[in-house]
Design a protein around this ligand. Structure first.
Ligand SMILES: [Zn+2]
Length: 226
């Protein structure tokens, strides 16, 4: 047993669940990636171009936030999106796990370039006051990393990547997966509500303000601890 084994097992378990539920957009593909923070400079992340059903815990990569190899993995390279995960851990001390998926309804909003406002208080307290769109850049490119970095200061736990997919963040892996699920739920409902052509009520401004305060406090507290 290596010292990172539990992190790797947790990343694999979350990836398999997301894959089985269709969150990666295809059951046989290798789209999307999952990571967990190990400490202030190191993360465990799914490998690049590997089918989830064929992955073993030992295949999960352990890399530094500078993308240096921390533990040799002879078979597989870390996800091409490792830079995107790294910039989030560097900028958001409250985030200890990240899920990037190609889930269907979340991705719809990346095509119509429409952010998702606060619609249900129970979801808004988890995801933030607005699920914003990160402008398009090629998968795995430094431009995409910069575009993600440009959105993180709203302290949200979910973002939509234009013409690509979504990002869900959490203080642990369970929360990150839950936030991906909550985002898919509200994207599905918002899509159906928009398709009626009728007026849609969002949460009152006073509640959105409370959501913002709660999210900001969570980040401030995490910053104080680290
Ligand atoms: Zn992707």
């Amino acid at each position: 047993m290596t010292k990172y084994e539990n992190y790797k097992k947790n990343v694999l378990e979350a990836s398999l669940w997301l894959s089985q539920q269709g969150y990666f957009g295809s059951h046989r593909g290798s789209g999307g990636n999952v990571s967990v923070r190990i400490n202030e400079t190191v993360m465990a992340i799914t490998p690049s171009s590997a089918k989830y059903q064929e992955l073993l815990a030992e295949d999960i990569c352990v890399v530094g936030f500078d993308l240096s190899v921390i533990e040799e993995n002879n078979k597989l390279k870390p996800s091409v999106e490792a830079g995107m995960h790294s910039i989030i851990y560097r900028n958001r001390p409250d985030v200890n796990a990240i899920v990037h998926t190609h889930q269907i309804y979340g991705s719809v909003f990346g095509l119509i370039n429409t952010p998702i406002p606060a619609l249900f208080d129970e979801v808004a307290f988890s995801l933030g006051q607005m699920v914003e769109i990160v402008p398009y850049a090629l998968s795995g490119s430094p431009d995409l990393v910069n575009n993600v970095a440009g959105k993180l200061s709203n302290n949200a736990n979910a973002y939509i990547l234009q013409n690509h997919g979504i990002l869900a963040l959490g203080k642990n892996l369970d929360k990150a997966v839950l936030n991906a699920e909550l985002l898919e739920k509200i994207a599905h409902i918002y899509y159906m509500a928009l398709s009626t052509g009728k007026h849609i009520d969002t949460l009152p401004e006073s509640i959105v303000e409370v959501v913002k305060i709660v999210r900001d406090n969570e980040v401030q507290q995490a910053m104080g601890k680290k």
